[in-house]
Design a protein around this ligand. Structure first.
Ligand code: ADP
Length: 352
């Protein structure tokens, strides 16, 4: 727009000059005419030069200066410096390209520093979670060595505690190893066509006996067609159900504890629900419980043996299945964990 205006004004002045020259041609002497033409030419050159300079300044020099400033800021590591330009010519495109590059670099840097922060947090958490059982094992072993334990019953109690603590440590290490594998996509999924109803009843059978032996009232509901199919890795999906059910047991604070597993038809999806009447989760914690190493008990001193990994593993598995997982909960009342998986359509097979 500005460019066009500049050209129009310049052409206007040249035309005006020629018009005046032609008009004066009849009135002035030859010498005066030459002088007048020179004068007009000089005027036209001055005006054109001023306009050209202005155009160069606003369209080339200023953007170049801004681009140069931005390049040196980015080179010096300041990725927050915004290159502010609004022209849409070639130089504007170069500036926009550089600005896009800066934004990409900034995003990369931010995600890298978040990863570093998470890794530091992870090392801190692991150290703490391993230190607690190790301190206990040392304490009980010292007790035996110092001869504090005299009766066979006491001895059995001490050895059993050492065994349980070592078991906690092994579980934590297994979970960490599994998490690292799944987080870096080193778990090869064995996806296959699975009947959600069959999978559901296998789970019910698996967890049912275990829950009843723990004195928990266990119920199940199901309303999905036998013909429905999902594409899933049953072993990994069972891990999701186990992690959620284990949490329901771990955070159970009522007698009798109740856990209900449901498989529901949800249109194009099948929906798994695992409901408990445990201690529930505060609304402020609810959005974070699927983050890795997030625990509502921030002191990490409880005896629940939680590492904050179980739900992040569940989320990763469900998302790798193309599904969604979330939770609803009321502190003091209980929680429901829900995940959905898309039903397999025969046409998907034909499309492949
Ligand atoms: P953890 O190993 O600590 O249980 P998870 O990732 O499985 O780690 O769970 C994260 C946190 O979410 C837990 O520390 C706990 O505070 C909360 N949580 C998970 N499931 C339940 C539940 N059924 N009832 C109450 N709180 C729960």
């Amino acid at each position: 727009m500005k460019k066009k205006l500049g050209i129009i004004i310049t052409v206007f002045f040249i035309t005006l000059a020629l018009l005046i020259a032609v008009t004066f041609n009849v009135m002035l002497s030859e010498k005066e005419q030459v002088f007048f033409i020179y004068f007009i030419l000089v005027m036209v050159m001055v005006i054109t030069t001023v306009r050209l300079f202005r155009w160069l300044k606003s369209n080339v020099m200023i953007p170049m200066e801004k681009l140069g400033e931005s390049i040196s800021e980015v080179t010096n590591g300041n990725l927050d410096h915004i290159l502010d330009q609004d022209s849409d010519d070639e130089l504007g495109e170069i500036c926009q390209g550089f600005e896009d590059l800066r934004i990409k670099l900034k995003e990369n840097r931010d995600s890298r520093s978040q990863l570093e922060r998470e890794n530091k947090e992870l090392i801190g958490n692991i150290s703490h979670d391993l230190k607690t059982p190790i301190t206990a094992i040392k304490g009980y072993a010292e007790g035996i060595l110092d001869g504090v334990v005299t009766t066979p019953q006491q001895q059995e109690k001490y050895v059993r505690t050492i065994y349980n603590k070592a078991d906690d440590m092994a579980r934590l290490i297994d979970e960490l190893a599994y998490y690292t594998k799944i987080d870096t996509n080193r778990i090869p999924y064995k996806f296959e066509k699975v009947s959600p109803v069959e999978f559901f009843y296998d789970c019910v059978e698996d967890v049912g006996l275990d829950l009843e032996s723990k004195g928990i009232v266990f119920t199940n509901e199901e309303n999905v067609s036998d013909r429905d199919i999902v594409i899933a890795d049953v072993e990994q999906l069972a891990k999701v159900v186990n992690n959620i059910v284990n949490n329901a047991v771990k955070y159970m604070d009522k007698t009798p504890g109740r856990i209900c597993i449901r498989l529901l038809d949800d249109g194009d999806f099948v929906r798994f629900e695992i409901e408990d009447n445990g201690k529930g989760i505060d609304a402020a914690d609810l959005p974070n419980i699927f983050d890795r190493f997030y625990r509502t008990d921030t002191s990490r001193s409880s005896n629940t043996g939680g590492s904050g990994i179980g739900l992040s593993i569940a989320k990763k598995i469900i998302e790798d299945h193309g599904g969604k997982i979330w939770a609803a909960s009321k502190a003091g009342v209980g929680s429901t964990f829900i995940f959905i998986l898309r039903k397999y359509q025969e046409t998907e097979m034909n499309d492949e």
